[in-house]
Each structure stands twice: as structure tokens, then as C-alpha cells.
Ligand binder design. Structure first.
Ligand SMILES: [Zn+2]
Ligand SMILES: [Zn+2]
Length: 306
């Protein structure tokens, strides 16, 4: 029985095969040098118009890297006719994926073993062997952002993109789908064991308050700073890069105390949410608690802004 979808060896045909089953793809140069944006999307150009990639209105179908990903067969034909050897990129979040990316050069397989010892064997799903002998485990996106590089050599790819078979790695080897070499569209949900604690144990509803927490008006803070919500602060911690975990967590904790002092958020609620986020990015409970408490004694900083 033929299980899975056969992916043709030529990049154009493969890109069309992915698009035909609804996977958004874009072209990536072999050396990963980005394709240029049009002038109004190019930050360095005098006619640049400030906008987010997801709101782009320029009409040029190739701007903003993976935001250009498409299932449009005409555009795909044009791209790979111009550059037949281009690799095939697929944005993770835009395709509904969150990908466990295991990089053997940084000890990813050792981390995976360690991780599975702690949380049990991860659920089986569609997997790709990368051209660098790494592994992509494709899961369905949990619907919120995940911490990047939670373990050495393991990346949770959600905001970024991955290359798809038969793309060529810088080592010269091709990406290929694990098993019978076909793409298996039945992708498993993101493992429960890898959800941040906050998402596993929902935060109890806030106590009825004398003054129920109003959603703080965005952008309305005196001095022009951004008005942070509990969700923003959690996201700030989750987005912390490997070298910034303590600083970013402390920053969030300081903002939490300031907002709580103004009765804009509930201190107990934000503390619980930030401790859960801290645990999800690998801070120990005692580190997180100490840092949260010491943030309380720090004088408010009026200059911060998003
Ligand atoms: Zn543009
Ligand atoms: Zn644009």
C-alpha cells in the first residue's frame, strides 16, 4: 500500500506537489541569501513605508521572505523557472506546524534522549531527515508561541521556516522524509508534555475584585510606553533568547510589579503566569521566585517602552 504523498525529485515539481495539498512554500537560495524586497518594503530604501509583513499591501509577491509563501501554482512556476535549483522553504506557523528541530552538531540527539527520559517518548509524527543529519519532527501548532532553543541542539520552530525535501543542505546532502521517503500529511498534535506549564494547568479565574481588572488601554500610558498585559509579559519571557533568559524574565517581573502597584493587573495572577513561563524556558523555580521578588524592590523605571 502506498502511504503518504510522493514528492518528485525536481524542486519545481516538488514545490507544486506541496502546494497542491495546501502547503505554502517559498523559494530559498541555496546560500540562504534573501531575495530583495521591493522599495516600499525595504527598510534601507528612502521610499520605505513602515508596515508589518503580515499587513503588506505592496502587491509584489516576493517581499518579506517566508511571508511570501504561497500555494499559487503560477507564482511557484515563475519562481522555480527563474531559479530551478532554489530550495523549498515552508513557514511553520503559517502552515499550522510547530517543528521540533534537532541539530546533531549541538548535541541535539543527546538532548532528545534526555528530554524523552524526563517526559516519556514523544508521540510519533511526520519526520524529515535534514541534509545535515538532523531531524525535523512536525507537530500541529499549539496556537501560541513556543520558547526558542529550550535545550542544547533542539529548537522549537514556530515563527521561522524549515526547508522541505528535496532541498539541498550546505553539506550537499538532500532533505528527505523519514520512512518511505513520502510526505505524510497526518501530523500529530504538539506533545502535551512540551506545553508550557501555564497551558497545561489553566490559571484560575481571577477573584471577583472590588474593581474588576479593566483591559488596560493600549498605548495609553503617560509617557508613550506600551501598556503590557499579563499575556504580553508571558510572551516576552517565552521569546527570550538563550543568552537573555534572566534579563528578559527580570524585565517582565519589574513590569509586573509596576502594573500591579497601579492595580492594572493582579499580582498573584501575573506571578503564577510568569513562574510558569520561566519554567518553560528552563529557569529553576527558586531562580524565578527570587528574581520575581527582587523585582519588587527595584524603583519603577519610567522610560521603558515597547
Ligand atoms: Zn513589497
Ligand atoms: Zn511589504
Amino acid at each position: 500500500m502506498n502511504v503518504g504523498i510522493k514528492i518528485p525529485p525536481a524542486p519545481l515539481d516538488a514545490a507544486l506537489a506541496y502546494a497542491s495539498i495546501g502547503i505554502k512554500v517559498f523559494r530559498v537560495r541555496r546560500d540562504k541569501a534573501p531575495y530583495g524586497n521591493c522599495n516600499s518594503c525595504d527598510k534601507r530604501h528612502p521610499s520605505y513605508i513602515k508596515h508589518r509583513p503580515e499587513d503588506c499591501q505592496c502587491g509584489v509577491p516576493t517581499c518579506h521572505g517566508f511571508w511570501a509563501a504561497t500555494t499559487n501554482a503560477d507564482l511557484i512556476r515563475r519562481w522555480w523557472t527563474e531559479e530551478p535549483d532554489a530550495n523549498i522553504g515552508a513557514p511553520c506557523k503559517l502552515n499550522g506546524w510547530a517543528v521540533l528541530d534537532i541539530d546533531p552538531r549541538n548535541g541535539g540527539y543527546t538532548s532528545l534522549c534526555e528530554l524523552e527520559r524526563r517526559v516519556g517518548v514523544l508521540p510519533g509524527t511526520t519526520m524529515q531527515i535534514t541534509g545535515g543529519d538532523g531531524l525535523h519532527m512536525l507537530y500541529r501548532s499549539p496556537g501560541f508561541d513556543l520558547p526558542g532553543e529550550p535545550f542544547p541542539g533542539i529548537d522549537f520552530k514556530h515563527n521561522g521556516y524549515i526547508l522541505l525535501a528535496p532541498s539541498v543542505h550546505s553539506s550537499g546532502s538532500r532533505y528527505r522524509w523519514a520512512g518511505n521517503g513520502r510526505y505524510h500529511p497526518a501530523i500529530t498534535a504538539w506533545p502535551e508534555a512540551l506545553l508550557p506549564r501555564k497551558e497545561k494547568r489553566p490559571i484560575p479565574a481571577p477573584r471577583p475584585a472590588r474593581n474588576p481588572f479593566p483591559s488596560p488601554p493600549r498605548g495609553g500610558r503617560p509617557g508613550g510606553g506600551k501598556m503590557w498585559t499579563v499575556a504580553d509579559l508571558v510572551q516576552h519571557v517565552m521569546d527570550a533568547g538563550a543568552g537573555h533568559r534572566n534579563n528578559d524574565y527580570f524585565f517582565a517581573a519589574c513590569r509586573a510589579h509596576e502594573l500591579a502597584a497601579q492595580n492594572l493587573i493582579d499580582l498573584g495572577e501575573v506571578e503564577q503566569a510568569l513562574l510558569a513561563a520561566a519554567s518553560a524556558i528552563g529557569l529553576t523555580d527558586s531562580e524565578a521566585r527570587n528574581s520575581f521578588d527582587s523585582a519588587a524592590t527595584r524603583p519603577a523605571d519610567k522610560r521603558w517602552a515597547a
